[in-house]
Structures are given as structure tokens and as C-alpha cells.
Design a protein around this ligand. Structure first.
Ligand SMILES: N[C@@H](CCC(=O)N[C@@H](CS)C(=O)NCC(=O)O)C(=O)O
Length: 143
């Protein structure tokens, strides 16, 4: 490559494919991470600024239910990004855990939300969904 072009190559461009992929986080670390709260979400970005539409959808669903959760931004940590995919054998982000158990990604969470099963899953771990509270308040007002 002529010198002038080489020096004009943007710093983020690299044709170097010999760099090793980042190590994935180990199972023991992830076992702990998925239990830091009753609900844990691995996402792109954070709840205030999701950086992918699927992660944003999960945030919106959690918000509707008024759920407090721990969110881990995989874009800040490549070892976490790969580690969580290996851990669940699930190829994509976001990933949602309830009580340490893998629930699924955005599509599954949306299905659970639409069927009403998310309210039940949350109830099992002692979380009363804001949607359930609103329904109950409506029923009480009718009586
Ligand atoms: N249908 C998936 C959509 C999620 C998805 O396709 N995520 C992609 C793009 S954000 C992904 O994580 N790709 C692998 C990666 O970025 O590491 C779901 O239900 O969560």
C-alpha cells in the first residue's frame, strides 16, 4: 500500500484476523451473575439507553410490569457477551433470567407477557407485577 494511503487508514480498520477471540467468562462466574437479583437481564446498552431494538423491547416489558432487575451490558464486555451465549447455549442477546433460570430472549419474553404467564412467573418469585396490581384495583373498584 502506498505510504500516503497506509497513513490514511482509519485506526478502527484492521485486516488482522490473527487476533485471538476474547475468552468467555467461566460458568462459576456466570452462575453468580445470573443470581445477583431475582430478575437479571443481559442486554446491549443499559435500561436508560438500550443499544438494540430487542434489548429495548425487554426493557419496555420490564417497565410495564414495574420489575426491578439487574442489567448487564454485554457491549462493555466481550467475554461476558460470549460467555452468556455459551452458558445458555442461546446465540443471541438479550437474555432474561428469573430466579437464576434462563427464560429466553426478547421473543419469548414478549410471548410470556402477552399470554399473562410473565405475571405468574414473577409471582412465583415474590414479585407482584404492576399490571396485576392495576387489574386487581379495577376489580375492586367494580365491586
Ligand atoms: N429473536 C431474538 C432477537 C435477538 C437478536 O437477534 N439479537 C442479535 C442482534 S442484537 C444478537 O444478539 N446477535 C449476536 C450478538 O450480537 O452477539 C430474541 O428473541 O431475542
Amino acid at each position: 500500500m502506498p505510504q500516503v494511503l497506509a497513513s490514511a487508514t482509519p485506526r478502527w480498520y484492521s485486516a488482522d484476523t490473527s487476533a485471538p477471540p476474547p475468552a468467555a467468562l467461566d460458568k462459576a462466574t456466570l452462575d453468580k451473575l445470573v443470581r445477583t437479583n431475582k430478575v437479571v437481564v443481559f442486554m446491549k446498552g443499559n435500561p436508560q439507553a438500550p443499544r438494540c431494538g430487542f434489548s429495548n423491547a425487554v426493557v419496555q416489558i420490564m417497565r410495564m410490569h414495574g420489575v426491578q432487575y439487574d442489567a448487564h451490558d454485554v457491549l462493555q464486555n466481550e467475554a461476558l457477551r460470549q460467555g452468556i451465549k455459551d452458558y445458555t447455549d442461546w446465540p443471541t442477546i438479550p437474555q432474561v433470567f428469573i430466579d437464576g433460570e434462563f427464560v429466553g430472549g426478547c421473543d419469548i419474553l414478549l410471548q410470556l407477557h402477552q399470554s399473562g404467564d410473565l405475571i405468574e412467573e414473577l409471582k412465583k418469585v415474590g414479585i407482584v407485577s404492576e399490571l396485576l396490581k392495576a387489574e386487581e384495583a379495577k376489580d375492586t373498584a367494580k365491586k
